[in-house]
Design a binder for this molecule. Structure first.
Ligand SMILES: NC(=O)c1ccc[n+]([C@@H]2O[C@H](COP(=O)([O-])OP(=O)(O)OC[C@H]3O[C@@H](n4cnc5c(N)ncnc54)[C@H](OP(=O)(O)O)[C@@H]3O)[C@@H](O)[C@H]2O)c1
Length: 284
């Protein structure tokens, strides 16, 4: 597979950076060079030299999407832009790799299988659900559904580590459970699907390991970082009451991994990746 014909969109984001490490030869853009919401820019792009679109671009500000301005941007990036990428992929016979989220589910059930009907709660969730439908119109597509993404960028682990280094003992939600997904592992899974020429469709990809609550995940982060700080549990209900305007979140974010595992990819335990991640973050 000639990765110089791969195009990474959203290369400055968390997943974009990990894909760029895995595919150093790939062509790379972000919003400053190719704004995927500009129909004209997407159409005018030179697709002749591309075989594969890796769409790591997205509007990911879950709470921001609940505002009027955020809502418009979220629909434009997460739905309309994906529809034009799927059109291009169809016309030019390209593979479209698109990233979905467990937010497409309301989280009343779980672990979520790939074929569970969507039940999105907030605006971001609804835009991503529509984007999945749009991406699926590309005849050659992988929709990689993931959760709790952690890489080089703004994410929960980095925020907690920063708070911990400042000596803040946080209060954290203990009734939302999921599995973290380190971008190194997510990028590897994408490469696996492409290299293996796995059947097109939707695949859940997160790290493996025991599902965890945000509060226990914070404890694991502090333990790895050698920070002796107390973490106080709270509930989603109390958290929402204290922060009006935040988007609703699924309580159960756990994705069933049997499809990707039976395809032959075994994700690492999140605790192993957390060790490596904290070690690197502490060196910065
Ligand atoms: N983060 C999570 O916890 C999580 C969980 C589940 C699924 N996901 C999904 O995983 C994927 C990757 O997430 P991530 O955390 O890597 O996202 P991220 O760090 O927010 O990166 C997204 C990138 O897309 C760029 N972008 C935004 N609008 C664009 C546009 N119009 N044209 C081109 N580029 C644009 C962003 O640029 P700016 O920064 O300048 O806006 C940013 O560089 C997304 O599809 C997301 O929905 C994420």
């Amino acid at each position: 597979m000639d990765s110089s014909k791969f195009l990474i969109l959203g290369v400055n984001g968390q997943l974009g950076r990990a894909l760029s490490v895995l595919y150093p030869q790939a062509q790379k853009t972000d919003i400053d060079e190719l704004d995927i919401t500009s129909f004209q820019s997407v159409n005018n792009y030179n697709w002749d030299n591309i075989t594969t679109i890796l769409n790591a671009a997205a509007y990911t500000n879950v709470d921001g999407a609940e505002t009027e301005e955020g809502q418009a941007s979220a629909w434009a990036v997460n739905d309309k832009a994906v529809a034009s990428l799927a059109d291009i992929a169809k016309v030019k016979n390209l593979l479209l790799v698109h990233i979905s989220t467990e937010y497409v589910f309301d989280g009343t059930k779980g672990p979520h299988k790939e074929d569970e009907p969507p039940s999105p709660l907030g605006v971001y969730a609804k835009t991503k659900t529509a984007g999945d439908k749009a991406a699926a119109k590309a005849p050659k597509h992988y929709i990689v559904r993931t959760s709790w993404v952690i890489g080089d960028g703004k994410n929960f682990a980095r925020t907690m580590l920063e708070l911990g280094k400042q000596g803040v003992a946080p209060t954290v939600v203990a009734d939302q459970i999921g599995r973290p997904t380190f971008t190194t592992e997510l990028a590897k899974a994408i490469k696996f699907l492409i290299d293996k020429k796995a059947p097109y469709g939707t695949y859940n990809v997160t790290n493996e390991g025991e599902p965890v609550s945000w509060a226990d995940f914070t404890r694991a982060i502090f333990k790895e970082a050698g920070l002796d700080l107390n973490v106080t549990d709270t509930t989603t209900e109390k958290y929402f009451a204290a922060k009006p305007g935040v988007a609703p979140r699924p309580l159960n974010s756990v994705l069933d991994l049997s499809k990707i595992e039976s395809a032959g990819f075994s994700p690492r335990d999140w605790r192993e990746d957390l060790k490596d991640y904290i070690r690197k973050e502490l060196k910065k």
